[in-house]
Design a protein around this ligand. Structure first.
Ligand code: ATP
Length: 225
């Protein structure tokens, strides 16, 4: 069913969160998040840096530096904002705790959408209490270049049981559904940026915002001397 375009919905009516380590935030994050905000017609979308990711190595940059880079990267983009609750909470950043906390704050009726790239979705079964995520909100899975659709039968069965065909359907209910959204494809990762910097190459402005690049240099981050 085609879904008509609607007027932008304010974050007072729908909450859209995108968690990540953002070590550093790159233009793949920024461009994808703007696209999601525009597709859903919801702004601002909240980027939510984690304190200590539960499923990966410790970030290279500390929390304060990652927050600073994030705020530099989103400056001037009114589709985006930042939510620092996981940094303030400290300790391991379990998304289930964050979703439960946000649900408490917004009450039972407001749609709550948690965005993640396809690579993160492929590892969802490693997340703490992953099957309870939909008790608090929806999941929106975003395509990522060079990442294939997961093959795990348990994950696919779960996905099929909860999926809706268009991400805009998530706006019609508070929780319990999963959608997939194909984005414009931004072939950039934080791993690749860190590696480039360590090897002495400067990422392009389409990979890393110039203000963030400048901050990284000023802090001698990622092996820059
Ligand atoms: P790293 O390379 O260090 O793993 P990353 O580039 O994946 O980092 P994260 O901060 O771990 O960045 O990503 C946060 C979220 O953003 C994840 O859900 C991830 O899948 C998603 N994401 C990151 N880069 C992209 C991209 N280029 N396109 C779409 N989603 C992305």
């Amino acid at each position: 069913m085609a879904i008509p375009d609607r007027k932008p919905i304010s974050a007072a009516a729908v909450k859209v969160l995108w968690g990540g380590t953002f070590d550093p935030i790159h233009q793949g994050h920024v461009s994808s998040a703007i696209e999601v905000s525009q597709y859903l017609g919801v702004k601002p979308l909240q980027l939510l840096p984690n304190s200590q990711p539960a499923h990966r190595h410790r970030p290279v940059a500390n929390a304060e530096q990652r927050v600073e880079m994030l705020s530099l990267a989103i400056a001037g983009h009114d589709e985006l904002a930042m939510d620092t609750r996981e940094i303030q909470r400290q300790g391991l950043s379990y998304s289930i705790l964050t979703l439960a906390e946000v649900r408490q704050e917004i009450g039972p009726m407001m749609p709550l959408i948690w965005c993640m790239g396809l690579d993160a979705f492929a590892g969802l079964q490693q997340w703490h209490r992953w099957q309870e995520l939909l008790d608090h909100g929806h999941l929106l899975v975003l395509t990522r270049p060079e990442t294939i659709w997961p093959q795990d039968p348990e994950l696919l069965t779960w996905y099929t049981a909860h999926k809706v065909d268009d991400a805009k359907h998530l706006l019609a209910s508070p929780l319990g559904q999963v959608a997939h959204l194909k984005l414009g494809q931004y072939p950039v990762s934080a791993t690749q940026i860190r590696k480039q910097l360590r090897l002495g190459y400067q990422p392009s402005a389409t990979e890393l915002a110039p203000a963030v690049a400048k901050y990284i240099a000023s802090q001698s981050l990622y092996g820059i001397n």
